[in-house]
Design a protein around this ligand. Structure first.
Ligand code: GLC
Length: 533
């Protein structure tokens, strides 16, 4: 098998508002991403995924799209985008966009048309239902951002459905015209040279046809957020979604079939593993990579993680390719959850497991969640259900590039506060420090690139005890051991007989570990890669 770029490569997620501002408005832009491409090459990643950059009222910061085929002026122009693609490709970097097919902004012309009258030709492009007999919403479905998922439209006397904000109306994917229009959007960007899409909330796209109530969640606690009042069994993950994923895959594959390069589809899907696996496709092929978010919430314990990894590997359908994620623009940062020392161990795990890793910008600096003063909170999720720590602003703060004012991110006031430790936690400074987490990331990514065992090799867990998680990666003659101490006390790993002459390639601690006969001692919070070369 020849592996594709999306199998061997490392994906880096950019939250464009926070990456690099070049026009002095405190918001990152496409020219800023272009300016930083060389930094990404130095880091050693292979592809960037950019969160939405389309024209948007920004009620959900771009996940409310008002035009699928243009660029929001705050980010630049289509011509800036074309330049970015050329410059990225010239450096061997692939570019993935965020495709948001489940819902549009309520300002999208399709929705304006749809809500104009019950007879509108686009009425059925969205999900309109009559009120229940008591005049209330058609069923008990709750928005992921709290409150009923149904919004009453006075003018036409019906409710429309929105899985997220009322400003994000769900498209009706059972309507063939919606499918045609949205598939054209994919072709529009593929034709412009985009190498793939991350598909927003793929599992939400099709709802049960007769809109029954969702079952109540017996374990609901108000602190979870109101969406958890019900189990989303009827409003999400319906069998028909797989036909849509297969259609999208066919479009992506039509480019490789014409010799135009492999285009990849990554699905955002928060489901248990058995449900997740269906998104690889059964009768027809589904998305290349249904995002595997398990490491984000997993207990940080060696015995739970090795079980999780083994179960995931075992559940993968034949021929499918695994993938792993530690964080994204919706979830608390790894350094905030696990601390600085374990953030390195987590990076070693992410970049040495079998499958495609996706990094979240700033994690390579050990960036933590940044506290946001109440007056500066912007995320609608936080504003709608305050006090439950559901907000996401603190993981979307500007990238600290250097020690200059505003961390080299902007010349204006940044749209969100910058981490207060930016004078020391910034790219320019940490790139010079041999012991920094950034230097560690660069070395780790370089080792991943030179050792094909890490990108395409077989994977096998090794027997380990205590806080140690250990596994083998093997490709041809190349054989590596990864040993991770997930705890704060020293541990050791009994090496298998074939590994007795191995030597350390990299440690998460500044100096390299050493092997003592057939035992690898691991210091507190230490991860090590050993090679038999
Ligand atoms: C996805 C995005 C999130 C957004 C939501 C609605 O979960 O990752 O940021 O708010 O979809 O589009």
């Amino acid at each position: 098998m020849t592996a594709s770029w999306w199998q061997t490569g490392v994906i880096y997620q950019i939250y464009p508002r926070s990456f690099q501002d070049t026009n002095g408005d405190g918001i990152g832009d496409l020219k800023g991403i272009e300016r930083r491409l060389d930094d990404l090459v130095r880091l050693g990643v292979d592809a960037i995924w950019i969160s939405p950059i389309y024209p948007s009222p920004m009620v959900d910061f771009g996940y409310d799209v008002a035009d699928y085929c243009d660029i929001d002026p705050s980010f630049g122009t289509l011509s800036d985008f074309d330049d970015l693609i050329v410059q990225a490709h010239a450096r061997g970097l692939k570019v993935l966009l965020d495709f948001v097919p489940n819902h549009t902004s309520d300002r999208h012309p399709w929705f304006t048309e749809s809500r104009s009258s019950r007879d509108s030709p686009k009425r059925d492009w969205y999900i309109w239902r009559d009120a229940a007999l008591d005049g209330g919403p058609p069923n008990n479905w709750i928005s992921d951002f709290g409150g009923s998922a149904w919004e009453w439209d006075e003018a036409t006397g019906q409710y429309y459905y929105h899985a997220f904000l009322k400003e994000q109306a769900d498209l009706n994917w059972r309507n063939a015209a919606v499918q045609v229009a949205m598939y054209d959007v994919m072709r529009f960007w593929f034709d412009r040279g985009v190498d793939g899409f991350r598909i927003d909330v793929l599992w939400h796209m099709v709802k049960a046809a007769d809109f029954p109530d969702n079952p109540l969640n017996a374990d609901y606690q108000p602190a979870m957020g109101e969406m958890h009042r019900v189990l989303q069994l009827k409003s999400t993950d319906q069998p028909e979604v797989h036909g849509i994923a297969a259609d999208m895959r066919a479009i992506a594959d039509s480019y490789s079939a014409r010799g135009l390069g492999e285009r990849v589809l990554i699905g955002e899907i928060y489901l248990p593993v058995d449900r997740l696996m269906h998104y690889y496709g059964r009768e027809r092929v589904g998305v290349h990579l249904p995002f595997n978010f398990q490491l984000i919430d997993a207990p940080w314990k060696a015995r739970s993680l090795d079980k999780l990894i083994a179960d995931y590997e075992a559940a993968l359908p034949p021929g499918s390719w695994p993938n792993w994620v530690l964080g994204n623009h919706d979830r608390s940062r790894i350094a905030a959850k696990r601390g600085q020392a374990q953030a390195r161990v987590a990076a070693m795990l992410l970049l040495t497991l079998r499958g495609t890793p996706t990094l979240y910008y700033g994690d390579e600096l050990g960036l933590s969640d940044v506290p946001i003063p109440a007056a500066q909170i912007q995320d609608p999720r936080e504003l709608r259900e305050p006090g439950l720590a559901l907000g996401r602003d603190h993981v979307r703060t500007p990238m600290p590039w250097d020690g200059s004012e505003s961390a080299g991110f902007t010349t204006a006031k940044p749209w969100l506060p910058i981490n207060t430790d930016w004078p020391t936690r910034n790219v320019a400074r940490m790139a010079e420090e041999p012991g920094s987490i950034l230097t560690f990331y660069r070395r780790l990514l370089a080792i991943r690139r030179t050792h094909s065992a890490l990108s395409i090799g077989d994977f096998a867990l090794l027997d380990a005890e205590g806080d140690v998680l250990a596994y083998e990666r093997r490709h041809g003659a190349g054989r590596l051991i990864v040993a991770l101490n997930l705890g704060g006390r020293s541990q050791s790993l009994q090496l298998p007989h074939w590994a007795r002459d191995c030597r350390p390639l990299l440690s998460t601690l500044a100096d390299a570990a050493s092997v003592e006969d057939d035992v690898l001692p691991l210091r507190a919070d230490e991860g090590v890669i050993l090679t038999t070369d």
